[in-house]
Structures are given as structure tokens and as C-alpha cells.
Design a protein around this ligand. Sequence first.
Ligand SMILES: [Fe+2]
Ligand SMILES: [Fe+2]
Length: 402
Amino acid sequence: MRATTDLEDLGLDEGGHLLVQRGLAALPPGGRLTVTGRHPALRLHLAPWCREHGHRLADADADAGTGAAQVVIKGPAEELRWRDATRAGSAPGPPDRAADPGWGLAARGALVETGGPPIGAEWTERDHVWADIAPRLYAAAAASQWDPATAVSWPEYETARAALPDEVERAVVQVMTYLVENEQAALIIPARLLSQLHPHFREVMQLLAAQAADEARHVEVFTRRATLGGGPLGTSSAGGRASLQTLLNEPDFTTAGFLLSVLGEGTFLDLLRFLHQHAPDPVTADVTRLALRDEARHVAFGTAHTAHAVQADPGYLGTLRQAVERRHAALLDTAGLNAGVFDSLVLLAAGSWEPAALRKGWQAVRELRDQMDSGRRRRLAVIGFPDDEAAELSALHTRNFM
Ligand SMILES: [Fe+2]
Ligand SMILES: [Fe+2]
């Protein structure tokens, strides 16, 4: 079998090898490719290239010189190299199982040469990480990224501050201080899960990356609001941090997402809505509104994935229940919500130090806790818990909210 390719004046060292490769691709091992060209170093370059790629260059004709035809005899090496290669699943859909750790970091659907380093991903089963809503949520997340520098009405703070009593400013700073520590936990957890997730669940990987980026922005804007007035930050309670630590310590993908996103961030939806509603200045109103929008996606994925995992294995409800009970027991001796945060919420809702206003503020916080509870029960029901169990588990949720 003979084939010909003409390089004209193109050198092998300036892209000519592509034409030679293309000519050889159609040939079986042992097939001969006649290479013509006017480049003065054609034969000089072809010889080492052939050696490197397992082909053979036929002896030059006696009269061979510049411009003479060269004959490349195709070697077996390329065929051998790809003979045992496998397809790493298919590009469009997520696999049921990211089957072969040997695929390493190959793209989903790639033809994988054997022999590369294996990947050490822990989460390789579709049902352990997936939700059908993940691709749509990722697209929504990518389209909804906002710029902390311009999305918040920072310049309006100065005017608003003049009308803000010092105690109210301090209440905002206390709440922001609390929010920052919660956001830090909410950033670390998806980042940690992401690092152990097989990349073939790329839609979930992308969504978790966007979620971590969302939390990074929340940390930024809440910190910035806390420091706008130039005063010191508020307090961090041991009970609050103990609550967050139990989230960080949860090793299972689904359980960690359930505790963080369904119960914790779910509860935060009501908290952020409350803070937005009672914000005493436009910056506080902006940062809580923007965070709320992002959190709704985090809660949507956590709920959809947990429901997916329970559908695949209804016995998993028991595991989730145990996780809530275990966490409740671990936090029994802690104080729960930072008292300074609770008082700040009351003051923000009251809007003044009048006893009647404080009563209204206190009632508003009580209503907030009722709303948080009914939201949790609703999401627990979506996951598959019967109503009575949902009510029980919601009542066991950490008093720190997250
Ligand atoms: Fe957040
Ligand atoms: Fe979040």
C-alpha cells in the first residue's frame, strides 16, 4: 500500500509533521508513505522524527538530494499505544459510576491511554453526589455572579451612618461578625467535598466551585460592612463555633451537604430575609439580599441531592436522622446562638429602645424562629421524612441556626 503527501516548502520542524502523521494515519503498520517536499532539511528532520514515533525511514535513493522523495514505513507503535485504551464514559451524561480510578484526570468521554497515575477521589458513585437539577443550578450560578465592588451601595453608608444610633451600628457589626464565621464554614465545606469528588461528576464539581466562590463573596461583603464604621468587630461565641465545627467534621458527602445546606443554609434563608427586612442602612440591606439570592441555590442543590440519595436508598433517612441526633447530642452542653447576636436581632427589628418597640422586636425574632422551623420541616418533608419526624428533627437543629 502506497500513499503520498507533499510538504511543498514546509519544514518538518514548522508543522510539516502534521501532514506526515495524517498520511500515516490511513495506513496499516508496514504501509509506505512517500513524502515529497522542497525543504532542504527534510530528510535530516524525518530520520529522528521516525525513530521517535516508531516508524522507519527507507534508505535514500543513490541520487537522493534536496527535493527527493522520502519513504516512511509505518511502525506498529501507535496502534500498540492505543490498543488497550478505553473510553472514560461518555461526554454528555454523568456516569452511574466513575468506574476506573486509572482514568485519572481524563475528561469524561476521552480515549484514555493506559498507564497514567490513578486519581484518589473518594466520591465515585452517581447516587452519592448527584441531583438532576445540578446542571441548571450551575448555569444559574454562573449567570448570577455579582461584583462586590459595584453590586453594593457602599457610597450611601456615610449618609446613612449619620442617622444611625451607635447601638444600632454595633448591633449590625455583631450580626456581621457572626455571619462571617458562618460563611467561612460554608466556604470550607463545599471546597472540601469538591476536592474528594470524582471530576466526571463535573456539573456537581462546577456547582460546588461556584458555591465556594459565592461564600467567598459573602465573607468579603459581610466583613466589609462590619468594618465600615471603623469600630472593632463583635464577639464570637464558643457555642457558635462548636456548632460549625460539627459541620466541618462530618465526613460523608450527603450528610455534610444535608446538615450544611438543607438545615443550616435553609435556616439562614429566613435569617437573611429578616436582616434584609430590618436593615437599618442600605448597605446592610444590599449585602443580605445578595447573599440570600446565592443561598437559595445552595439550599436547592442540598435538598435536591439529599432527596436523590434517599430515593436511591430509602434506608438513608435513618443515617440522616442519626446525624441530626448525634450533632444535637454533641452540642447539648453548648450555649447555642451567641446571646449578643440574639439581642442584636431584637434591637434591629425593634428599631428603637422604646419598651413597646423592643417587645415588637422580640416578637419578630420569635416569629423568625417559627419561620425557620417551618422551612426546615418543609424541606425535610421534601427529602422524604414523614411530617412528625420532620418536626422532631427540625426541633433538634442547632440553636446557632447553622
Ligand atoms: Fe453564604
Ligand atoms: Fe451558602
